[in-house]
Structure formats: C-alpha cells, structure tokens
Design a protein around this ligand. Structure first.
Ligand code: ADE
Length: 248
C-alpha cells in the first residue's frame, strides 16, 4: 500500500483523480491510499484564518506557518518514515518522468499545495519540503499540480497497470514521443490506415513505429533526442524519416 498525504485548502480539486480511472482503481484495490488534511482544521480563531499579509508589503496573502504545519504534522503520523515531502510551486524544480520514478520508489509521499502568493518560507524550511513545478506557467494553486503528480506516480507503482498496459510501450521507445495509433474503420473520410499496420509482420510494424516515434520526437522535441544515444537502427530509421519528410 502506497500512502499519499495531501495538504490543501481544496480537497475537492484533488479527490477526482482518486475516484476515476487508473488511480481510482488503484485506490479501490488498496494499492494506493490518499489522505487529505486542510490547514483550516488547524486554526484557532473564529474565522478559521489560514493566511495573512506578507511582511515587507506587496499584493496577496501568504499561508501561515501554524495551520500549515499542523496539517503537515497530522499527515506525517500516517505516512511512513522517509516519505518524500514536496510543495507544489511554480518556482520549484521541474517535474518529469525521472522524478516520478523516484517518488514511486519512495516509501510514501507528502504533497503540499500552496495558494495565494505562497507559503511562509519557514514552513518549507522546517518541513524540509522540496519545491516542484509541473511546468513553466502559473496556476492559481498547487492542487491541480498535486493531482498531476499523484496520477503520474500511481501508474508507476507495482500492480497498478495491467501487464498489457505497462508493456504497451517497448522499453527502447522510452524517452521518445509516442508513435501514431489507429483503430477501425480501416478507411475513414478518405484516410486509410498505413498499410504496414494491417499485415502481421511484427518486425516491420516495430520498425515503422520506432521510425515514427523518432520522427515526431525530432520534429516536436529535439531536446529529447539530444539527451538520448541513438542505436544504429534508430539513426537509420530517423534518416529515412527525414528523407521522406523532406521530399513530402
Ligand atoms: N502552483 C502554481 N503554479 C504551479 C506550477 N506551475 N507547478 C506547480 N505548482 C504550482
């Protein structure tokens, strides 16, 4: 059982990932447990205030230390020791597949979703939170980012995906964008499925898919290709793709 604890003001923005699809099924089957704690439950004033004005002035509000650390502390008692602890923030390091794999290998995961202008810096220090961003854009809060992390991590946990789904991508296609997929009908609105996919020649199909995965990556994400060492076959298939693309 992989335990995930989430601190946020809006559980309702995160809960749907735990109720539907792959993550929903993993929760139902007891492979993943998602717990939520709101800092509001750790306030002492009549208005249940979780934020305050920033020292030094400026716009917006900052989430306060005591309610946030109260919620974090309550979740930590339910999480394994040495769980990873992240705060979702636009100023964090970038989330990617490698970090998802690291998190899936950890004993558990604590996610803190910020709101407003951010958190009191002392929360991050005292709780040793790693700041993680899901992309170079600003969201209104960390909840949707936390949901993205939960989904990406849960699908890597043992038993969460069936054999068929996890074997869906050949390991040698890792680090490449996905190849084009087709389903019935064979011809639709005058567009036919590539002939090679209709035959049963598995090696031709594998080469066609690898060639198109390489081609798409070359067109859309050349940075991924630069980070990857290509095999002789891959170089040959990419050259073929580029030749065809150039003459098209
Ligand atoms: N909170 C606001 N923007 C964010 C982002 N890009 N990633 C993670 N958390 C955020």
């Amino acid at each position: 059982m992989y335990r995930i604890g989430v601190v946020s003001l809006f559980a309702e923005l995160i809960d749907p990932v735990a109720r539907h699809g792959v993550v929903g099924r993993a929760c139902e089957r007891g492979l993943v447990e998602l717990r939520h704690e709101s800092p509001r439950a750790f306030t002492t004033d009549r208005h249940r205030t979780v934020d305050d004005r920033p020292y030094g002035g400026g716009p917006g509000m900052v989430l306060s230390y005591e309610p946030m650390c109260g919620a974090i502390g309550a979740l930590r008692t339910c999480l394994p020791k040495d769980s990873r602890a992240l705060v979702l923030s636009a100023r964090g390091r970038s989330f990617n597949g490698a970090l998802a794999r690291e998190l899936a290998a950890a004993p558990g995961l604590l996610l803190v979703a910020g709101r407003y202008e951010g958190l009191d810096e002392r929360i991050i220090e005292a709780e040793a939170l790693e700041e993680v961003s899901i992309g170079d854009y600003v969201l209104s809060g960390g909840e949707l980012a936390a949901a993205v992390v939960i989904d990406a991590v849960a699908r890597l946990l043992p038993g969460v995906l069936g054999h068929e789904e996890s074997g869906e991508r050949d390991s040698h296609m890792d680090g490449l964008l996905g190849y084009p997929q087709y389903t019935r009908p064979e011809v639709v609105d005058g567009m036919a499925v590539p002939e090679v996919l209709l035959g049963g020649d598995h090696d031709r199909i594998r080469r066609w898919r690898l060639k198109h995965a390489l081609g798409r990556t070359w067109r859309k994400r050349p940075d991924l290709l630069e980070a990857r060492v290509l095999s002789d076959e891959e170089r040959e298939l990419l050259a073929e793709y580029r030749l065809e693309a150039g003459s098209a």
